[in-house]
Design a protein around this ligand. Structure first.
Ligand code: F6P
Length: 339
C-alpha cells in the first residue's frame, strides 16, 4: 500500500492508512481513555501502527507524538480523563496553525488522524480534512451537543454524577424545607440539565435553548411548597441566560418576597472527572472501533457516532456548526412531572 499524501490521491481512489494518529481535544470526557484503547488495539489488529498526540491539536502543532502499543493502553479502560492529555488550542483556529499541524503529521508519516472530542474539536477535524488530510472524528463531550450522535462519550457518567449530587442535596433540602439551585455543565446545550432534572425530580429546569425568567423559577419553587413539598429543586444549565449566579442574585434581593430559603450548588468540573460508567466504556469502545473500521473502509471526513443505537458515520460538514436541539417533548414532560 502506498503512503501518499492525500492531495496526490486521484479523486475517487480510496487510501487505506498504515499509520494513524489519535488525539483527544477540548473538554475531557469520562470514556476518552476507553476510546483511545479501542482505536489503538483495533488499528493494531488491522496491522497498522498508532501514534498518540499529546494535548490535542496543540500537540499536533508542536509535533508531540508518542507510539501507542497494546501494552501502553493497558489498564486505562476504567480511568477518567485522557491518557494523552487534552487542550483548547486557539492556535489551531488559524490557517498558519493548521498548516504547521499538517507538516507535523507528514513528518511523523501519519496517514490518517482520529479526533476524539466535541463540537470545537470536530470543527478542527473538519478544517484539517478540508486541507486534504484524512480525519475521522469520534463523538465525545459531556454536553451531548454534537449532531451526528444521539449520545456522546461522557454524558452518561456526567449525568450519573449530577444525579448523585441532586439526590444528596434533596435529603438536606427536605430537612430544612429549603429550595436548591443546582447548576450543571452545558455551555450551549441543556441536555444534561434536562435529563438531570427529569431523573432527579426537579421542579424546574432552566436551559439555554428556552427562555425561563427568574420570576418563572420563583413561581415554580413557591408552587412546590404550596403543594406540600418539603423541598424544591431547580436544575440550571451553566449556559442558560439566567444561570445559577443570576438566579441566586435575584433571590437574594427578594428573600422576603419569595418566602423560602434558597441555597445554590454549582457542580462544575466534578461532572467531568472520575471513572466512566459501564455505558460510557462500551460506547467509547464501540465508537473507537468504529473509527478504525471507517478508515479501513477508506472513509474520511466523517464523525463516528451512534444513531438509533447503531454506530454510524455522518459527514463532518453536516455536523460542524449545527446546533443539536433538545427534545421539546421531554422538556414539556419535565414540566408535567414536577407536580
Ligand atoms: O466539555 C464541555 C464543557 O464541560 C462544558 O460543559 C463547559 O462549559 C466547558 O467544557 C468548560 O470548559 P473548561 O474545562 O475549558 O473550563
Amino acid at each position: 500500500m502506498d503512503r501518499r499524501s492525500p492531495e496526490h490521491v486521484p479523486q475517487g481512489e480510496r487510501m487505506t492508512p498504515r499509520r494513524i494518529a489519535v488525539l483527544t481535544s477540548g473538554g475531557d470526557a469520562p470514556g476518552m481513555n476507553a476510546a483511545i484503547r479501542a482505536v489503538t488495539r483495533c488499528a493494531l489488529a488491522e496491522g497498522w501502527t498508532v501514534a498518540g498526540v499529546r494535548h490535542g491539536f496543540l500537540g499536533l502543532i508542536e509535533g508531540s507524538f508518542e507510539p501507542l502499543t497494546a501494552r501502553s493502553v493497558a489498564g486505562i479502560l476504567q480511568r477518567g480523563g485522557t491518557l494523552l492529555g487534552s487542550a483548547r488550542c486557539p492556535a489551531f483556529l488559524t490557517e498558519e496553525g493548521r498548516r504547521t499541524a499538517l507538516r507535523s503529521l507528514h513528518r511523523a508519516e501519519v496517514d490518517a488522524l482520529v479526533v476524539i472530542g466535541g463540537n470545537g474539536s470536530q470543527a478542527g477535524a473538519f478544517a484539517l480534512g478540508q486541507m486534504g488530510f484524512p480525519v475521522v472524528g469520534v463523538a465525545s463531550t459531556i454536553d451531548n451537543d454534537l449532531s451526528g450522535s444521539d449520545v456522546t462519550i461522557g454524558v452518561d457518567t456526567a449525568l450519573n454524577i449530577a444525579l448523585e449530587a441532586i439526590d444528596r442535596l434533596k435529603t438536606t433540602a427536605s430537612s430544612h424545607q429549603r429550595a436548591f439551585l443546582v447548576e450543571v455543565m452545558g455551555r450551549k446545550c441543556g441536555y444534561l440539565a434536562l435529563m438531570a432534572g427529569i431523573a432527579g425530580g426537579a421542579e424546574v429546569v432552566v436551559v439555554p435553548e428556552r427562555e425561563t425568567t427568574p420570576e418563572d423559577v420563583a413561581l415554580q419553587l413557591r408552587a412546590a411548597y404550596e403543594r406540600g413539598k418539603a423541598h424544591a429543586l431547580a436544575v440550571v444549565a451553566e449556559g442558560a441566560r439566567h444561570d445559577a449566579e443570576a438566579l441566586s442574585a435575584y433571590f437574594r434581593e427578594r428573600h422576603e418576597a419569595t418566602g423560602f430559603d434558597l441555597r445554590t450548588t454549582t457542580l462544575g468540573h466534578v461532572q467531568r472527572g472520575g471513572a466512566p460508567t459501564a455505558y460510557d466504556r462500551l460506547l467509547a469502545t464501540r465508537l473507537g472501533a468504529g473509527a478504525v473500521a471507517a478508515l479501513a473502509r477508506g472513509e474520511a471526513g466523517v464523525l463516528v457516532g451512534t444513531l438509533e443505537g447503531r454506530v454510524q458515520t455522518t459527514p463532518l460538514e453536516r455536523v460542524v456548526g449545527v446546533q443539536k436541539s433538545i427534545d421539546p417533548q421531554l422538556f414539556a414532560l419535565a414540566g408535567v412531572l414536577n407536580s
